[in-house]
Design a protein around this ligand. Structure first.
Ligand code: DC
Length: 225
């Protein structure tokens, strides 16, 4: 694991699932030539390992012990667990639900902190998650908090599932999203909330290109471009 380079600027992008954070963060990183951190993928890998090895999702000590042995590697969309490509395996609804449970455990979050911070490298980093602006990169010079209605987000998820040739039920997706939001927003540690200095953007009616244009304008305003 590399030591973080604290001179590298970070764009912290937080918000609930399905607000378009991933797409925005990915495209911004590509446009700027900066690194990209999908912090949710890191939590998902830990949850996948727990599911595969039948580690109870509420056994904090056992989870932390297991996490310490894992080799988690992220290169943009390619996610490796101990060398195995798990990019698709971590995207199931089962894994998402398990992830939200283990992400509520303080020691699990602590065990995954240094790995996330190691992504801060020159020329810069676009970090996508729930607590990028509040905890992991609390000193990020640019923080965004994206929002969108649960229905708009479920609609986007439905399309993603259909594009992958998977069946999904719209009402169930809305229910899952609301449940996960509730857990993420109400956990004791690093709950999902906008940092005081974050710019809140509602993406319900904005395209990715429109949000990107907003961010680029903010970066220029602050002298990063
Ligand atoms: O963004 P995602 O859907 O891949 O996130 C999966 C789960 O991980 C979700 O329940 C929120 C949690 N998570 C978190 O607690 N902190 C992060 N920085 C990223 C994700």
């Amino acid at each position: 694991m590399h030591k973080p380079n604290l001179d590298a600027p970070v764009i912290a992008i937080d918000g609930p699932a399905g607000v378009g954070k991933g797409t925005l963060a990915h495209q911004l990183a590509a446009d700027l030539g900066w690194g990209f951190l999908d912090s949710g993928a890191i939590y998902r890998v830990a949850a996948l390992y727990a599911l595969r090895h039948a580690i109870p999702l509420d056994n904090e000590e056992a989870l932390v012990e297991a996490i310490r042995t894992l080799d988690i590697n992220c290169q943009h969309a390619l996610i490796l667990l101990n060398g195995e490509d798990v990019s698709e395996a971590i995207r199931t609804e089962e894994c998402a639900s398990a992830t939200s449970k283990i992400a509520a455990l303080p020691k699990v979050r602590e065990a995954l902190l240094a790995l996330q911070q190691s992504f801060q490298q020159l020329p810069g980093l676009v970090a996508d998650g729930r607590d990028m602006g509040t905890v992991v990169f609390a000193h990020a010079p640019l923080k965004l908090f994206l929002t969108a209605s649960a229905e708009v987000r479920a609609e986007r998820r439905l399309k993603q599932h259909q594009a992958q040739g998977n069946q999904a039920d719209f009402a169930q997706l809305v229910k899952d999203i609301n449940e996960r939001d509730y857990r993420d927003a109400n956990r004791a540690v690093a709950p999902l909330k906008a940092a005081d200095d974050a710019r809140v953007i509602d993406t319900s009616t904005l395209s990715v290109a429109e949000v990107k244009a907003l961010v680029v304008a903010m970066l220029k305003e602050r002298g990063y471009l």
